[in-house]
Design a protein around this ligand. Sequence first.
Ligand code: 5GP
Ligand code: ZN
Length: 112
Amino acid sequence: MDDCLFCKIATKQIPSAIVYEDDGILAFNDIAPQAPTHVLIIPKTHIESTSEIDQSNKGIAADIIAAASKIARDLNLEGHRLVFNSGEIAGQSVFHLHCHLLGGRAMKWPPG
Ligand code: 5GP
Ligand code: ZN
């Protein structure tokens, strides 16, 4: 998508600190980290949010979680949190599906 920040990061028109990449997935450090480890995992194809995941494209969700788990293992995180914000009311600010991988500190539940 022409005017999408994360599409531009996926195609490397905009640089990012890449931590993992395969054919369909890119993972890079969040520019404003909320934890010692804060990685964003995105599909290279444009999908707005998890609200667009259905039977036809659910493999993307599995690929994202598998990539997140590999990154967490490689970083030897004791535990981690995966967050998908979907919709403005849930805190989504970039409308290209992304998974936040957060780790390296204790976290509280429920979130704000
Ligand atoms: P959301 O609020 O949509 O769930 O998360 C968007 C995330 O993207 C935020 O955590 C924000 O810090 C991050 N972000 C926004 N712009 C950029 C950017 O240009 N580069 C990187 N690496 N992260 C960004
Ligand atoms: Zn996009």
